[in-house]
Design a protein around this ligand. Sequence first.
Ligand code: FES
Length: 141
Amino acid sequence: MSLYSEKVMDHFRNPRNVGSMENADGVGEVGNAKCGDIMKIYLKIDDDVVTDVKFETFGCGSAIASSSMATEMIKGKPLDEILTVTNKAVTEALDGLPAHKLHCSVLAEEAIRAAVKDYYDKNGVAYDAAQFSASCAACHA
Ligand code: FES
């Protein structure tokens, strides 16, 4: 069995939603403390629904595949729903990642949260700050 699932290889070779976005409603940029890789997510939001999403990832193949899958999972979804997308859900949708690559999927979750927070901040939307605290105890210990 190969180290990476077919889905990981597919999203790595043909990443969906790559690029930047002008006039994005929310932008989230996060870095991975473990490896220094960076991910940026752009959201277009109408009536609290993500109508378009783009990402730029300067990172490893697992981070690119995770970003690609995550963007597919949040497109067309309401904000309260996308805030529940965890790195675990992204990893499962990719049919798994090797244990030493799980931290790469955390970038996608964090970038999405940062982009939603940016949108809330720009639009004066009240929110519970706890919603945006780190959710991956293993990665933020
Ligand atoms: Fe840096 Fe995967 S090794 S995100």
